[in-house]
Design a protein. Structure first.
Length: 254
């Protein structure tokens, strides 16, 4: 049952009125509808400032936390969620959800520091490629991807800054959800064993990979051809027949 008050709040309760209704949570997609998980702060925790992914990571790293609430100006609140959830139309969250959901990577221009972790330097990659590099590098927690493709990965122990003269294109924790690649690359082999070409949208192709055991990457072509692969042979650029969109099964399609 939904109950309204005069403060723009819609609170969801069971008909008995004594137990807050628990929403079934999609663990892989964070929520952008504006909802708050309650109580806003769990005991011993207050407001901090973070990106959606940083807020989610804070919840992951806090014993007893199940949900996070991230607001438009960066306010981060974490909670066990035992009091359910509400919609607050006058102060909606920017992103909220389960600690297991995948928040979009940050596009505010921030750098995570130090820019490079020991033994690592600049490479060239898409946002998703840079995130994957961090994911595959022991000790890496954050990545910085710049407008021309520069990729830097870091432990992040020195926090972050905003550099208005040279902002990042995309940056965040290694588990954030970066955009899929639109540079034309193909992940190889083109088809994994037992799988061939199907027809699908980029999102449909990504979902096919998600639902196929052993698949890590997808290749979607301009006319809709969809190929899925484990990606063990890396990737190439084929200028004569570029993909429309490709990437990890966890990336965000257009």
């Amino acid at each position: 049952m939904a109950m309204n008050n005069n403060n723009g709040v819609v609170k969801f309760t069971e008909s008995q009125g004594d137990i807050i209704e628990k929403k079934e949570v999609d663990k892989f997609s964070c929520d952008r509808s504006g909802q708050w998980y309650l109580p806003l702060n769990m005991p011993g925790q207050g407001k901090t400032m973070a990106s959606p992914e940083g807020c989610r990571q804070r919840c992951v790293n806090t014993p007893g936390c199940n949900f996070f609430n991230n607001f438009p100006k960066g306010g981060c609140h974490i909670t066990a969620g035992e009091d359910g959830w509400i919609y607050h139309s006058t102060n909606p969250t920017r992103v909220s959800g389960s600690k297991y959901c995948r928040a979009d990577c940050d596009r505010s221009g921030r750098w995570y520091l130090p820019l490079n972790m020991p033994g690592q330097g600049k490479t060239m990659a898409s946002p998703e490629g840079c995130r994957q590099r961090c994911l595959n590098t022991p000790g890496c927690n954050f990545f910085n991807n710049f407008p021309k493709g520069g990729c830097h990965i870091t432990t992040g122990e020195d926090g972050f800054i905003y550099n208005s003269r040279n902002p990042t294109r995309v940056s965040d924790g290694k588990y954030c959800r970066a955009d899929c690649d639109r540079s034309g690359r193909r992940y190889l082999p083109l088809n994994m064993p037992g799988q061939g070409k199907t027809m699908a949208s980029p999102e449909g192709c990504r979902q096919r990979c998600v639902n196929t055991p052993g698949c890590n990457f997808f290749n979607n072509f301009p006319r809709g051809g969809c190929h899925i692969t484990a990606g063990e042979d890396g990737f190439i650029y084929n200028s004569r027949n570029p993909t429309r969109e490709s990437g990890s099964k966890y990336c965000r399609t257009d």
